[in-house]
Ligand binder design. Sequence first.
Ligand code: 13P
Ligand code: SF4
Length: 322
Amino acid sequence: MIATPARPFADPAVVAEIDRLRRELHAVILAHFYQEPAIQDVADHVGDSLYLAQQAAATDAEVIVFAGVHFMAETAKILNPDKLVLVPDLTAGCSLADGCPAEAFAAWLAGYPDHKVVSYINCSAATKALSDIICTSSNAVRVVESFPPDQPLVFAPDRFLGRWVAKETGRPLVLWPGSCEVHEVFSAIRLEELREAHPDAVVAAHPECPEIILDQADHVGSTSSILAFARRTPAREIIVVTEAGILHQMQKENPDKALIPAPGADETCSCNLCPHMRKNTIAKLLACMRDRSPELTVDPALGRRAVVPLDRMLALSRQSPA
Ligand code: 13P
Ligand code: SF4
């Protein structure tokens, strides 16, 4: 069974026009694995949050077209204050970023004066600016382990990712009570039923899922880590517990494996599609390149503060594994 998100293929005329604009603008197109297939197929780089931040940091393109959600494009702009950053839809947000406003976060942090602050990249520039270091789901364990064992830590804004990292590292993290509206609604009961129906299937889940889901998983990791697991597992069936956009790359890489998207709690909803990511369409991607708008901007002073914890993460990720 394969998920078939809408608009699996782009109109060749649209692709040709995007290619022409890409050359004219000297642009690079970055897309997250949760974007619709047509967008993934025209992008220069498709990846997880860490990979896309690394590509943004390294690019010599004059224009960055970011097909993802606001905090991802904002990260690209923080890393490239002098470049034009275009987004297909400026209103594509994220429940994690929206659920951790900087003012409330600052007030909460005042209760933990001795703690260092590790923030998941799924947060605003203002929240990043209050953090000591940023992490993604790819490197959260490593980032937490980079602190001395006796250093108290706050982890924000995803409590489920934070709980998983605490378990993996054995560190008592103080967690901000945020969650991803997509990953928190996967149903543990329906996942159990799916595993019973497919006894030979393995389960791969994103750490933004609640513990009751992660306890059923053979592999827990970021989107790129789930893709790597899918490539190496000898299993012929894989139950995938994350946003269904990832199935596009996974099926390309594993044409002979059966991919089974985990359902949400409700039979009738498309709960495993992120409503924010899905605001972007190939038509909006073309329009933003043609119109040079919407442009993502960041206040330069805020950007200078937010880049500090981001650079710490990128520097740590460049170091070879311990
Ligand atoms: P990664 O791509 O880093 O695994 O994160 C997924 C995500 O939360 C994007 O919304
Ligand atoms: Fe945010 Fe969840 Fe959507 Fe990712 S899938 S952008 S964490 S709401």
